[in-house]
Every structure is written in structure tokens, then in C-alpha cells.
Design a protein around this ligand. Structure first.
Ligand code: PQ2
Ligand code: NAD
Length: 215
């Protein structure tokens, strides 16, 4: 069985090339734009959504067929055309340049695959069936959507503020570690739930630190 390394990749400001302009290219470009990559789509035809995003200045579109050399300067490439030969050429160029490549029709000729993704603000859950079947991954992701509702966005935003304040205000390493552990535990989720998931004020956070430091 193929075993993949899961990582969270920072693509912000990096040139990511998507070859092809159909439904699959649209999905991959969407994920890239969600993480602030500089997206270039190369395809004679593109979907209405990609066209709109191009018109809004969100991505670059080269309205032509792929040509070898198009990956120069790219951080990552997606081969997502409906022509297996073209996808193979893109994969070969990417391999020659040593860049990250995802190949839609022959995943084994690239060096990464996409998981099914659930985003709740800072919370990101990625599910992969390691190539066994994308629809299985997306079914599991849908189940997780029920379990991890939209409240997790507010919860993690609040936790972020709490951790920042704890790090700023508590110098003693042992006390700090104890508070960070407590803030990340299930009690905090319950406390926020009781409060309708409204984020605590800076004052309320400081109060919580004082109360819990004394224990
Ligand atoms: C999860 C998701 C993420 C995403 O793409 O962003 C994803 N595919 C999704 C949808 C989807 N894929 C396919 C259909 C049509 C129905 C069907 O055929 O089943 C649909 C449904 C649709 O399009 O709506 C067909 C398909 N997919 C691949 C092949 C080629 C092959 O397997 O060899 C073929 C046959 C093509 C053909 O025969 O023409 C390959 C891959 N697809 C992967 C990911 C990677 C493995 C992930 C894993 O196993 O964990 C991998 C290996 C490479 C990659 O793409 O990175 C996304 C769901 C998003 C969500 O809903 O959450
Ligand atoms: N990995 C996945 O998630 C997944 C899911 C479904 C399908 N697929 C596979 O992905 C591929 C694309 O699927 P789709 O539904 O987006 O297809 P599609 O037919 O909707 O789009 C294909 C796109 O490729 C472009 N194209 C064709 N030749 C080109 C060239 N020489 N240079 C640049 N662009 C070119 C076309 O203009 C079109 O925009 C297919 O091979 C399909 O088997 C993968």
C-alpha cells in the first residue's frame, strides 16, 4: 500500500500552474486561491467560474494549449487536462524541474494527491483514502462536517487569542504550560458553548488566566 506524508503546505505568494480549465482544474485552482497562491491557468477553454475569477483579477489565464517550458519558475503544477498525453508531458516537465506535481488522471506519475477537505476557519480536516477512492474520502469528510460544526471557527479563534495572551502574560514555563493545556481541553469548548460561542473579551481572558493560575 502506498503511504503518503501529510503536510500543511504554505503556498501563499507562490506561482502554482494549473494545466487544463475544466471541472477538475476549477476545483484545484479553488483550493490554491483559498490559500493565497499565485495561480496561472493554462488552457484554451476554461469553465465560467474560472473565467469569472480571471476577470476579477484573482488568477492569470493563458488562453492556449500547454507547451513544454510553461512550468519555469513554478512552485507547483497540476496536470488536469482531459488529454492523457498532455498530462504526461506536464508530469515529465515537473519531474525534470523537481517541482511538486499532481496528475489528475494518473496520480502515480505526480508526487502528491489531494485529500477531501473540511475547513472551519483555522480548523482544517483533510481526509484521504490514499488513492483507494476519492468518493470514500468525500463521504467521510461529509460525516465529519456534522460532527465539527461552524462553531469550531469561533472556538479556534478564541483559543488563538487565549494562547497569545497566556504567552504574553505568563512567564513561568510550568504555569504557562498548565494554562495552555487547560485552555485547549474539553472544558474550554464547553464553556464557550454555554456562551453561544461568542469569543471572550480580552478582559474575560485575563480573568480566566487569573482564576486558573490560582488553582
Ligand atoms: C478528494 C478529492 C479532492 C480534490 O480533487 O480536490 C479527489 N477527488 C475528488 C473527486 C472526484 N474524483 C473523481 C470523481 C468522479 C467520480 C469517480 O470516478 O469516482 C470525483 C467526484 C467529482 O469530481 O465530483 C475521479 C477520479 N479521481 C482520481 C482519478 C484517477 C485515478 O484514481 O487514477 C479519478 C478517475 C478519473 C477518470 O476515470 O476519468 C484521482 C484522485 N482524486 C483524488 C482526490 C486523489 C485521491 C484522493 C484519495 O484517495 O484520498 C487522486 C488520486 C489524485 C488527485 O486528484 O489529487 C475530490 C473530492 C472532493 C470532495 O468532495 O471532498
Ligand atoms: N483527480 C480527480 O479528482 C479527477 C476527477 C474527475 C476526473 N479526473 C480526470 O481529470 C481530467 C480532467 O477532467 P475534467 O472533468 O476537468 O475534464 P474537462 O473535459 O472538463 O476539461 C478538460 C480541460 O482540459 C483542457 N485542455 C485540453 N487539452 C489541453 C492542452 N493541450 N493544454 C491545456 N489545456 C488543455 C480543455 O480545454 C478543458 O478545459 C480527466 O483526465 C479525468 O479523467 C480526475
Amino acid at each position: 500500500m502506498k503511504s503518503y506524508m501529510p503536510i500543511m503546505l504554505d503556498c501563499a505568494g507562490r506561482v502554482c500552474v494549473v494545466v487544463g480549465g475544466g471541472r477538475v482544474a476549477e476545483r484545484k485552482a479553488g483550493e490554491l486561491l483559498a490559500c493565497c497562491a499565485l495561480v496561472t491557468v493554462i488552457s484554451p477553454r476554461i469553465t465560467p467560474v474560472l473565467k469569472q475569477r480571471h476577470e476579477q483579477g484573482e488568477l492569470r489565464w493563458l488562453s492556449r494549449k500547454y507547451a513544454p517550458g510553461d512550468l519555469e519558475g513554478a512552485f507547483m503544477a497540476h496536470a488536469a487536462t482531459n488529454d492523457p498525453e498532455v498530462n504526461r508531458s506536464v508530469a515529465e516537465e515537473a519531474a525534470g524541474r523537481g517541482i511538486l506535481a499532481n496528475v489528475a488522471d494518473r496520480p502515480e506519475s505526480g508526487n502528491f494527491i489531494h485529500p477531501s477537505v473540511l475547513r472551519r476557519g483555522r480548523l482544517l480536516i483533510a481526509v484521504s483514502a490514499s488513492g483507494a477512492g476519492p468518493l470514500a474520502a468525500s463521504t467521510i469528510r461529509r460525516k465529519l462536517e456534522e460532527q465539527f460544526g461552524t462553531e469550531y471557527e469561533a472556538y479556534l479563534d478564541c483559543l488563538y487569542e487565549m494562547r497569545k495572551t497566556i504567552k504574553e502574560q505568563v512567564c513561568d514555563p510550568a504555569a504557562r504550560q498548565k494554562l495552555l493545556k487547560k485552555a485547549s481541553g474539553p472544558d474550554m469548548l464547553d464553556a464557550l458553548r454555554r456562551n453561544g460561542f461568542a469569543c471572550w473579551s480580552a478582559e474575560r481572558i485575563r480573568q480566566w488566566i487569573d482564576d486558573n493560575q490560582e488553582e
